[in-house]
Design a protein around this ligand. Sequence first.
Ligand code: FAD
Length: 412
Amino acid sequence: MSLSSPPALSPTLARIARGNLCAGCGLCESLAAPGRIAMHVNDAGFLRPRVSAALSPEEDAAIARLCPGLALSKDPTESERHPLWGAMISTRVGHATDETLRHHASSGGALSAILGFLLETGAVDGIIQTAADPDRPIANRTVESVSLDDIYRAAGSRYAPSAPLARLRDQLDRPGRFAFVGKPCDVAALRAYGREDRRVGDRFPYVLSFFCAGVPSLAGARAILERFGVAETEVAAFRYRGDGWPGCAAAITVDGRTRQMGYDESWGGILTRYVQFRCKICPDGTGGLADLVCADAWYGDARGFPTFADAPGRSLIVSRTTTGEDLLRRAEAAGFLVTEPIDAAAIAAMQPGQRQRKALVLSRLAALALLGRQRPRYRGFDLARAARQVSMLTHVRSFLGTVRRSRRGAFG
Ligand SMILES: Cc1cc2nc3c(=O)[nH]c(=O)nc-3n(C[C@H](O)[C@H](O)[C@H](O)COP(=O)(O)OP(=O)(O)OC[C@H]3O[C@@H](n4cnc5c(N)ncnc54)[C@H](O)[C@@H]3O)c2cc1C
């Protein structure tokens, strides 16, 4: 159990730490009185809450109700949804029309193009999003972007912990309307809190996300630096990908050297080994609660697997609500991005990892139940229907693999 959450100070956070269920979103910091909880980087390189004063029973109960690590729930009134990809109004591929942004961003820059539209048209006063931490270039910090330059600087995926809800209370306490960009778990936490505090809907009229295969710890970036032969103290800037699609992980040192590594090696070979446990049993890697989500619209090889060959950036764009669909249409009409429709059936070939992961959630949860380990509660994610997408043999392997890794202590 993490010493950061002693049971006497917060029984709920101690329970979450025991189950290794924290996703690191930071909502708990905002649910407690100022100074009681602060997100910090733990020894394993993940953002986790540190409790420094006992929470009131009400604060502890709010965390138990709203923490996305403990439970995720979809709106029961939600209409028709795909067992793997969730509710979809439209599925499209496209890219930012600004070619510099398209090249710099993670996939096709669609997300940043849409954010630019929101800001330029005055639909929002700012964007709450994640960018590189200038004081620690491999890490992230939450920023409020108020210009196209800010959005450009924050573009690109940062495969490292982020806690964009840690300052939510401050953001709700001041006037203004914002777009929020976060991981699917951040969005789920924001939506859950919004059911209890109506200001969330007023302050955040647009909630955007991306497909997420899980959050690697900072130890992942350090392993990349080790491969580069560069000490963390020498790093002036660090990029996880972008500057091409998928581009490279790159470190620029204070004395001007640049070291680079392809996406296949950085994400596939290194970072995936450092993904936190909670993400491996996540049913919502595709951002089911956002208004609109973006992802990589990978091209497949003859066997249907993504090639990761460098190409002009292309984003997959899924609008999930009428707000998201309307936003996408307006941003495209205003010339910020171009898109074309695709059949939802094409997503499986672009995102085989997400397909497999969602299909296996049920067998992984079954293994945790057998071991008597704590597991999150999920409602509205069609896990039984998703499970039918893979063979029984694949489920047996996933079940046994989870039992084996858990016994080895791999889940913390
Ligand atoms: C941890 C992680 C896992 C991912 N897994 C997948 C996956 O399995 N499949 C897939 O297709 N795509 C995945 N992505 C997303 C993908 O890399 C692109 O972000 C997405 O395709 C959108 O591309 P874009 O060019 O439209 O976005 P851009 O225009 O580059 O904008 C990216 C946005 O993401 C935000 N962001 C970056 N890093 C973080 C972070 N750590 N936390 C919160 N917000 C962040 C930025 O602030 C920016 O608003 C993942 C991203 C992350 C951060």
